[in-house]
Design a protein around this ligand. Structure first.
Ligand code: S3P
Length: 449
């Protein structure tokens, strides 16, 4: 499967102890939002620590296409001169969001209540993903959409010229959908209400408040009820993007499974809507200490010291799924090298990510000798214990960065090397993954280098 240029097969082989510091790049979710909110404020928003992965760079291009001035000043240092809420201009060309579901869904939300039209497309992975989850709620504001069958990209959105505010209960746990509705609500008069039954990452709510919108969150019997007053004047901000806890999970899990390792992972978000993986790893017996807890860029963070540990399988509480949804692939790697079975239920959203992540992990793990059971909403990994996984297979990454990185982590502790058919998607979220992991001591090689 291609979509990111020539595929680059990669192999990871058993390595000695991982040691050193793993300072991962900026948070992907917050980076997208910093650019989008900056584009909606009048004046200059300054951003440091921006993730310069392909997904976020595609959002930067999109914001330019809608009329904002987005400038890079140095590594991670960016400014956005925004056009104000409702100030987007109609793009001259198709907006290509690459691999990014977050980018396309949030941007569709923003433009849905502006009287402009835009056509969106993406790579082979994004063009398979469901957009109905966004086009359904934006239709309530008055926007129209026409795409390929099954609500797939490429798709044109006709923004509502006279948007009305809505009250919407998000049918699945999805921060992208919640955010798209809130962003559409920004340019609708009156109050837009979004209800989510399970809490998902709350960066949109935090950032809307930071930019000066009137937004309140109430915990009710039906879930989190978020009320946003439309047509605010957003004020430019200075944003320091914290490191990405989803990226930090890779060196954390690698240090947990490679005997003798000790890795320091600074500035990992402890935001309760993002840190489920760390709670889970500790329950499995991982040796993680949380040091120097503090606030960074408005997010609670801690430095993690991670030492190798023998881990055991657990039943991951389904209620925790939303707070670690992107981390199940790498968790299933730790599970494979743990004793006993790890049961992951309530995870059907994994089937509509950059690929069907349950299927992708199950196929690759099985090829490496691990027993995996699955149904629509469940994945069960039968652990083979420390050092117990044979490996020795080439796994497909299905244009999915987290699948590729997960199998590279697996290969660090299997008896035989583990390869992926294509490592190029890693650049969407964690462009320095390979170099960073090698600095710690990982043995990762590009097969055709
Ligand atoms: C994200 C939300 C999640 C997550 C994605 C980033 C966001 O997707 O998987 O990587 O930034 O809002 P869903 O909304 O589909 O759960």
């Amino acid at each position: 499967m291609s979509g990111h240029g020539t595929p680059i097969p990669m192999t990871s082989r058993k390595c000695g102890p991982l040691n050193g510091e793993a300072a991962v790049p900026g948070d992907k979710s917050i980076s997208h939002r910093a650019l989008i909110f900056g584009a909606l404020a009048v004046g200059e928003t300054k951003v440091t620590g921006l993730l310069e992965g392909e997904d976020v760079l595609d959002t930067a291009k999109a914001m330019r296409a809608f009329g904002a001035t987005v400038t890079q000043h140095g590594p991670g240092e960016w400014s956005v001169n925004g056009v104000g809420v409702g100030g987007f201009s109609e793009p001259d060309n198709v907006i290509d969001c690459g691999n990014s579901g977050t980018g396309v869904r949030l941007i569709m939300g923003v433009m849905a209540t502006q009287g402009i039209n835009a056509t969106f497309t993406g790579d082979a992975s994004l063009n398979k993903r469901p957009m109905g989850r966004v086009t359904d709620p934006i239709a309530l504001f008055g926007a129209q959409s026409v795409g390929r069958s099954g609500g797939r990209l490429p798709m044109t959105i006709v923004g509502a010229t006279e948007p009305v505010p809505v009250e919407y209960t998000v049918p699945m746990p999805s921060a992208q959908v919640k955010s798209a509705v809130l962003l559409a609500g920004l340019n609708a008069p009156g109050q837009t209400v979004v209800i989510e039954k399970e809490a998902t990452r709350d960066h949109t709510e935090r950032m809307l408040e930071g930019f000066g919108a009137e937004i309140s969150v109430e915990e009710t019997e039906d879930g989190r009820r978020i009320t946003l007053t439309g047509q605010p004047e957003l004020k430019p901000q200075v944003i320091s993007v914290p490191r990405d806890p989803s990226s930090a999970a890779f060196p954390t899990c690698a240090a947990t499974i490679v005997p003798g390792s000790e890795v320091f992972v600074p500035g990992v978000s402890q935001n309760l809507t993002r840190n489920g993986i760390y709670t889970t790893l500790v329950e499995m017996g991982a040796d993680i200490t949380f040091e120097n807890e503090r606030l960074e860029g408005g997010e609670p963070v801690a430095d993690l010291r991670v030492r190798y540990a023998e881990t055991h399988g657990i039943e991951v509480p389904p209620a925790r799924a939303a707070s670690m949804i992107d981390e199940y692939p790498v968790l299933s790697v730790v599970a494979a090298l743990s004793t006993g079975k790890t049961v992951m239920r309530g995870v059907k959203e994994l089937r509509v990510k950059e690929c069907d992540r349950i299927d992708a992990m199950a196929r690759g793990l099985r090829a490496c000798g691990v027993t995996v059971e699955e149904d629509e909403d469940t994945m069960i990994v039968h652990g083979m214990g420390p050092g117990g996984v044979p490996g020795g297979a080439t796994c497909e990454s299905f244009l999915d960065h987290r699948i590729a990185m997960s199998f590279m982590v697996l290969g660090m502790a299997t008896q035989n090397p583990v390869s992926v058919d294509d490592g190029t998607p890693i650049a969407t979220s964690f462009p320095v993954f390979e170099d960073l992991m090698k600095t710690l001591g990982a043995q990762i090689a590009r097969d055709n280098a």
